[in-house]
Design a protein around this ligand. Structure first.
Ligand code: COA
Length: 258
């Protein structure tokens, strides 16, 4: 395990807390690996009935670590990329997944929620999918799941503008189950996970299996990933990553379409 992921098992509920608060819980390759290990391992553990995903501090997650995107684009990425394993573990999870989201959920911080079965938002939550601002494309099968969930018009707006969707709007659009005051978020998530964990586990797993087609989601992820890799190497993405590193707005006006 790594310090940026806290794990706690109690009453059949495995709670995974993303804990890299100095970087707003931005996810590194090592963190994806630890999350994937925990989610994969939970599936066959008879002592685990529900998995809760949450973030420490004021932000659920700032999404993928942008400096790692930049390193990858420059050909200096890690030998083994764990993000794929993490995304597949979400898509194929047989156990119910509960998410508790406070503050900003950026990029994969939002798209991972589409794989969670019960999503609680704090009243300050904001869902943001700014792949476009980094000259990238949506991932985690969100190019399929987001339009299915909220309709094409809203999904296009979220992906093409990359602007925050506030908690109330996210709830109205069907991206979450409930909004709670921020200070009650973790207690409410714990209570909901306990309620779900008390149900007959075999029936829950069978029900979830009927509701989700994990292999179709994995196939969509593979298509997205090929597109994502190509965009990562684009001149647009180089401009976006330089702008992030230099803390300035990106200027795509001089980058030719390619
Ligand atoms: N990758 C790497 N570092 C990140 C990060 C990310 N995705 N998000 C935040 N950080 C770092 C910042 O660089 C900063 O580091 P520093 O203190 O060493 O300078 C630290 O986390 C705090 O971030 P800051 O921007 O000062 O906090 P904020 O509260 O003003 O804003 C965010 C928070 C999440 C809105 C903002 O950081 C942001 O937009 N991050 C990028 C999100 C993103 O594009 N993710 C990828 C999506 S595809």
């Amino acid at each position: 395990m790594i310090p940026e992921l806290d794990t706690d098992l109690a009453g059949g509920v495995l709670t995974l807390t993303i804990s890299r608060t100095d970087k707003k819980n931005a996810l590194t390759n090592a963190m994806y690996g630890a999350l994937a290990d925990a989610i994969e391992g939970a599936q066959d553990d008879p002592g685990i009935r529900v998995v809760v995903i949450r973030g420490a501090g004021d932000t659920f997650s700032a999404g993928n670590d942008v400096s790692e995107f930049a390193a990858q684009a420059a050909g200096n990425g890690p030998a083994e990329r764990h993000v794929t394993r993490f995304l597949h573990s979400l898509a194929t999870a047989r156990l119910p997944l509960v998410a508790a989201v406070q503050g900003k959920a950026v990029g994969v911080g939002t798209t991972m929620l589409l794989h969670c079965d019960y999503v609680l938002l704090a009243d300050d939550a904001q869902l943001i999918t700014p792949f476009i601002n980094l000259a990238l494309v949506p991932e985690a099968a969100s190019s399929l799941l987001m339009p299915l969930r909220v309709g094409h018009a809203r999904a296009f707006e979220m992906f093409a503008l990359g602007e925050p969707v506030a908690a109330a709007q996210a709830l109205a659009w069907g991206l979450a189950n409930r909004i709670v005051p921020a200070h009650q978020l973790h207690a409410e998530a714990k209570a909901m996970a306990a309620r779900i964990a008390a149900k007959p586990a075999g029936s829950l797993l069978a029900m979830k299996g009927l509701m989700r087609d994990g292999q179709a989601l994995v196939a969509q992820m593979e298509a997205e990933s090929a597109c994502f890799e190509a965009r990562l190497k684009s001149a647009e993405a180089r401009e976006a990553f330089s702008a992030f590193a230099q803390r300035r707005p990106a200027d795509f006006s001089k980058v030719a379409r390619a």
